[in-house]
Design a protein around this ligand. Sequence first.
Ligand code: SF4
Length: 682
Amino acid sequence: MSRKRTTCPYCGVGCGIAAVSTGRRNIIVKGDTAHPANFGRLCSKGTHLGETTGLEGRLLYPEISDERVNWDEAIALVAERFSSTIAEYGPDSVAFYVSGQLLTEDYYVANKLMKGFIGSGNIDTNSRLCMASAVAAHNRAFGEDIVPCSYSDLEKADLILLVGSNTAWCHPVIWQRIEKARQERGTKLVVIDPRRTETAECADLHIALKPDGDIVLFNALLAEMRARGKIDETYLAAHVTSPESFWERLTGGPADAGIDEDAFIALADLASAVPKMVTLFSQGANQSACGTDKGNAIINLHLATGRIGKPGAGPFSITGQPNAMGGREVGGLASTLACHMGFSDEERAVAQDFWKSPGIAPGPGLKAVDMFRAVHEGRIKALWIMATNPAVSMPDAGFVREALNRCDFVVLSDVIAKTDTAAYADVKLPALAWAEKDGMVTNSERVMSRQRALLAPPGEARPDWKIVADVAWAMGHGEAFDFAGPADVFREYCAQTTCHNNGRRLLDLGQWAAMSDADYAEWQPQSWGGASPFAAGRYSTPDSKARLVAVAPPETAAADKDYPLRLNTGRYRDQWHTMTRTGLSPRLSRHRGEPLVEIHPADAAARDLADGDLARIATPNGESIFRVLVTDSQRPGEIFAPMHWTDQMSGGGRTGRLTDSRVDAVSGQPAFKDCAAEIERV
Ligand code: SF4
C-alpha cells in the first residue's frame, strides 16, 4: 500500500487528495484535510477518481499509422518531420496545441522547445477556450495576469456576485465553501446568469440577464454606485488611472441587459450596503465575443470602489482546468512568451539569454481558433496535440476535423487510444495519466500543489515533459533539454521567473530555484503572490497603478430568421470535458446519462416539443440530436446543451459540431455561450 498527497486532475479548484494505492491499480481517494483549497472536501468527480484508473482504452505503446513501434522510431519520425518542415517552410509552419491537463513541467518544456528552439510563438493551449479573456482583462487592468483573490476571501466577504458560473455544478467545492459562509455569517449571494441554474436557485437574488448583457449591467452598476457616493476616491487617486471621459462612457441601463429595474435596484442596494464584495466570474463571462471587456467591466467596479487587495474583496476569475494557471504562468498561451513576459525586444532577449537558445519567437503565435484555421489552409503543416481532444472540444468541430484531415503530419500524445482526435493522428505517443505522473499544478487561487505518482507507468507510457525533451534531443537541441526529472524542470522554471523581474511583475518563484529533489518530493501546497497580491496597492504597470478600462456593450446581432434561437453550452455536474475519464465511472453517469437540450416552455410549444422528445438542433455549423427537457429555467429564445458528448459515443449530443468560431478580438477566446440555432422534433 502506498499513501500520498496529490491533487485532483479535474477543475481549477485544485482540491488536495489523500490517496492510497492498494497495489492493483486501485486507488482509494479521500479529501486532503490539510489542503488549503478544500480542507478535506471533494465533489462527486473527485470522490470517484478511483474508478477511473484502470487500463481500459489506454494508449500504452507508440504507434505510427496505427501500428505499434518502439519509442526510438516514433521519436525519430516526429523529430525528422518537424525539422524538415521547419527547414522547408520556416518555424511558423509547425505548431503545438497543448492542454490545461499538462503539468507545469510538461508545459515548460513544450514552451521552451517551441518559442526558444523552434523559434515560433505557435504553442497554444486549450485553456484558450476557458479563461483567456480573464487573462487579457487582468493584463489590461493590472499590467500582469494576476488573480487578486484567494478562496479564503469568499469566507470573509459579505456579498458574493457569481457571474456566468454554475458554481454548484462546475466548481462544487468552492460552492461548498460559499454555502458554509452563507450559513455561518449570512453572506449574501447574487447570481448573474441567463439561466436559472442549480446555483441560481439557491441565490438571494438571481439576475437573469440576456446573453452578453454583463457589460451594460456592470457599467450601469458602477454608474449607480457613483450616484450613491460609493466610489473610493482616495483609492482611485492613489492607485488607479482612468481613461479620458471614463465616467461619461458608462451608458446604458438595466433594460439594455434584459433585466428589470427592480432586480437592478436590489443588486445595487446589496452592493452599496457592504464593502466586502467578491465577484467570482467564470466561463459564462469568458466564453464570449466580448469576454475581455466583460472582465474589465467587473474589474472596473472593484477598482473604482476600492474593493480589491483587501480581505473579502476583489474580482476573482476561476478556471476550468487543474493547471490552467500553471500553463499561463510558464507561457503556454501563444500570446505570452514565458513567465508572464511579452514579446518586446527586451523580453525576448532576456528569454533567449536564459535559455541560451539559437533563436526566439519573433512575436505572439496563433491562438487556438486561428491555429486550426492555419492548419485548414495549409499554412501549418505539422501539428503536435498534447492531452486534449480538439476534434470535439474546439468550436465548429467539423471544421477542425477537416483541418486535421488535411494536415500533412499530426502527432498526438495522450493517455487514451481512441479519441475522436486520435483518428487523425499519424503518430500516437502514450503519455502517463493522473496518479502515474509527478509534477506541479497551480489552481485558481495561485496555490501550487503536487500531483504525485502512485501507480507504476503502464505499458511504455512516459511523462509528457520527457516525450517533448526526447524529441528536442532528436532535433539537435540536446543539452538544453537534459533534465534528470520533473524537479529539474521545475527548478529551471523557477529560475526563469527571476530573470524577467524588472521590479514590477509579481510572478517570482526564485526562492524555489535551488530546491533539492527531496524538497520537491515533499512539497506542501503553497501560494505565490500571497493571499492578496495587491494588498499594497501596487500593480505591475510602469507607474504601479491599475487601469480602469472603458468598455462598451457589443452591438446586438440582427435576428436570423433561419436560426432564431440562441444556443448556450456548458457542463454537467458529474462529467468532465469529453468524458474520456469521467465516462469510465458508472456512478458518475447516473446523474445525467444522456445529453439534454433545455428549452423554455413557450419555445417548446411553438415547435410542438415535449419533455422526452428527440429533437435536432441545427446551427450554421452543423446539427445533432438531443433529448428535450422543457424548463422555465431557460429564458425564452435561448436553449442550452451540454458539451461532453463525442462521436466516439453512440447517439447524438455533438455540441462541438454546433458551436461557431467567433472569438473575442482581444483574447481569441471562442464565444461558446451564444450561437444562432434552431430546433425541431425528429
Ligand atoms: Fe476535483 Fe474540482 Fe471536484 Fe475539487 S471541486 S474534487 S478539484 S473536480
